[in-house]
Ligand binder design. Structure first.
Ligand SMILES: [Zn+2]
Length: 118
């Protein structure tokens, strides 16, 4: 992982930073966007809370050994990050009641996916 190559050191520090700002800040922007649509009556802070709560799907990492492996791609590996789960999350987009949760879950998957590419 850590080889002393300056470019890799930068990525080593930058990657978690990008990951966590995406996991926390981007949902705030999305929440703000959703709050301004017609189908949601919640204010952006409540929506942000719901979006952040969808991060709980990362609890499935606890089922894996090792719990944390920076070289592993969580998408398609963990049960709540499986392709079946992604199909279920996509269906949750349809009913208004579950739409915000679905947006959060799918955004989470996209964020984790990006991690597999950078
Ligand atoms: Zn995840």
């Amino acid at each position: 992982m850590h080889t002393g190559n300056p470019k890799q050191t930068v990525m080593f520090l930058l990657k978690p930073l990008v990951h966590y700002s995406l996991h926390f800040l981007a949902p705030a922007l999305i929440a703000w966007g959703i709050a301004h649509t017609r189908w949601s009556t919640l204010d952006w802070r409540s929506i942000w809370g719901i979006l952040l709560a969808t991060m709980l799907i990362d609890l499935d990492h606890l089922l894996a050994t090792p719990v944390f492996d920076p070289t592993r791609c969580s998408v398609g590996f963990h049960p709540l990050h499986s392709y079946t789960a992604i199909v279920v999350y996509s269906c949750l987009l349809l009913p208004r009641r579950t739409r915000i949760v679905a947006v959060g879950l799918l955004f989470h998957i996209v964020t984790d996916w990006l991690d597999c590419w950078i």
